[in-house]
Design a protein. Structure first.
Length: 393
């Protein structure tokens, strides 16, 4: 399923549409076409300003646009008098007022070509499609992308994720990012990560580095060439893989935590490059303290076995039950509207292997799972995902 979704996303065309004050906005083939003509006088009106705001929003959603040119195609006389250039610059200035970065919009009055119609033309330059190697596959809750924290914008499925960008999630929010090689990355709630390196050349050596600034990630990395690298790093630790599943996160004390779910992950100190890395095999985890020293790997709790509800309606007592797991000190029970736990996600931590949900669950279909945590905070694989329905009463 992940490979199919990734393939579909990779085939998304470079199109954007919006029903707005412009009468529709369409980005295609390096041109922005509108349902209404732009004029210097109209962009000064309330509707004109609203149209420019909608254009900027569509460009932000498109995300690949590097620069926008406002071209005034006018008669030779208007070009010679400067009237065309003044109009182009005025509309460019209005676009800046509407939110376009000043260094990415330009006004000019080029000599008209034989096929050009007179009027204002909006043209853009975008990144080459081969530069886009990662896209948002799914997002739930408050999730954002941007070059820095000041420019973060809401993320939507299908959006490209670019090198050196930040990914930020709020409480109970998650975002799943698919890479062109079939690998995937889930950013956990209340996390901030930087896509420091994203190079996936066709037939070449993959080079990916994810800097976890706060919170954590879960990665499912496809096998690659011997010289390929996939790294997740923090201030004190670097986790390196060629193909495996693992979790990596930053601790409140400044340390780092790794849990290997499949395969083998090599963990090394970010502060001492000469220190030999340690290998953490599947079903084991380790912590790296604030000085960069890793603890011996320990066994992760097993996946809990759910006993109910397995399907059908949730009981009147809203009770969830599972078998106790050896070594588990606490359990995290998660609910969501979807099996990927992105939509309306919520969770509760408990000590016992049972829980009566503490608040009314809205009516409809829900999915749930439970994960065991040991006394050191390590967690293993979650349980299987089950669905139930509730009337909301």
């Amino acid at each position: 399923m992940k490979k199919i979704l990734a393939a579909v996303l990779a085939l998304l065309p470079s199109l954007s549409y919006a029903a707005d004050k412009c009468g529709g906005v369409k980005l295609e083939a390096a041109r922005i076409t509108l349902g209404k003509p732009l004029t210097e006088a109209w962009v000064k009106t309330a509707d004109g300003k609203a149209c420019l705001t909608d254009i900027v929003k569509e460009i932000e959603r498109h995300r690949l646009v590097r620069a926008l040119t406002v071209a005034a195609i006018v008669s030779d006389a208007d070009r010679a008098s400067g009237k065309g250039l003044n109009a182009a610059k005025a509309i460019a200035s209005a676009l800046i007022d509407a939110g376009m970065p000043k260094n990415r919009v330009f006004g000019l009055a080029p000599a008209p070509q034989r096929t050009d119609e007179l009027g204002i033309s909006l043209r853009y330059v975008e990144r080459a499609p081969e530069d886009v190697v990662a896209r948002v596959a799914a997002a739930g809750g408050s999730v954002f992308l941007g070059a820095d924290e000041a420019s973060l914008k809401p993320a939507e499925p299908g959006m490209p994720v670019l090198v050196n960008e930040l990914v930020k999630t709020g409480p109970n929010a998650r975002i799943t990012i698919h890479l062109k090689d079939g690998s995937s990355l889930e950013v956990k709630p209340e996390s901030l990560v930087k896509m420091a390196t994203l190079a996936l050349p066709s037939g070449g050596d993959r080079q990916v580095k994810i800097e976890v600034l706060s919170g954590g990630i879960t990665a499912d990395v496809r096998k690659a060439t011997q010289q390929s690298k996939f790294e997740a790093s923090s201030r004190v630790a670097v986790a390196s893989v060629r193909g495996t599943q693992f979790r990596f996160g930053v601790e409140e004390n400044g340390g780092a935590r790794l849990e290997t779910l499949e395969g083998v992950v090599a963990v090394s100190s970010a502060n001492d490059p000469a220190a030999a890395p340690i290998e953490v095999t599947a079903g084991h985890g380790t912590t790296v303290n604030s000085s960069g020293q890793a603890s011996p790997p320990s066994e992760l709790p097993a996946a809990p076995r759910v006993t109910g509800p397995l399907k059908g309606a949730l009981g009147a007592d809203a009770r969830f039950e599972w078998q106790s797991v050896n070594g588990a000190a606490t359990y995290k029970v998660e609910l969501a509207r979807d099996a990927d736990f992105l939509i309306e996600a919520r969770s509760v931590n408990v000590v016992e292997a049972t829980l009566s949900w503490p608040e009314q669950i809205p009516a409809g279909k829900w999915f749930w799972r439970v994960t065991g945590f040991d006394a050191q905070g390590f967690s293993g694989q979650p349980s299987k995902v089950y669905a139930f329905t509730t009337t909301g009463k």
